[in-house]
Design a protein around this ligand. Structure first.
Ligand code: SF4
Length: 54
């Protein structure tokens, strides 16, 4: 299982990066997944439901 970001939904708020800076980073104003670690708390923290587990 890895985290996935729907870049069409992401508004670049940075909440996921704050929670799991080793999993997410902001690139060009959108969140990007940079590791295969899990970050389940980010799913609920995202205000636009852009994060899922795949
Ligand atoms: S929490 Fe959601 S909206 Fe905010 S940067 Fe992460 S993926 Fe984008």
């Amino acid at each position: 299982m890895v985290m996935k970001v729907d870049k069409n939904k992401c508004i670049g708020c940075g909440a996921c990066v704050s929670i799991c800076p080793d999993v997410f980073e902001l690139k060009d104003g959108k969140a990007s997944v940079k590791s295969k670690k899990e970050c389940p708390d980010s799913v609920d923290a995202c205000p636009v439901n852009a994060i899922s587990k795949v």
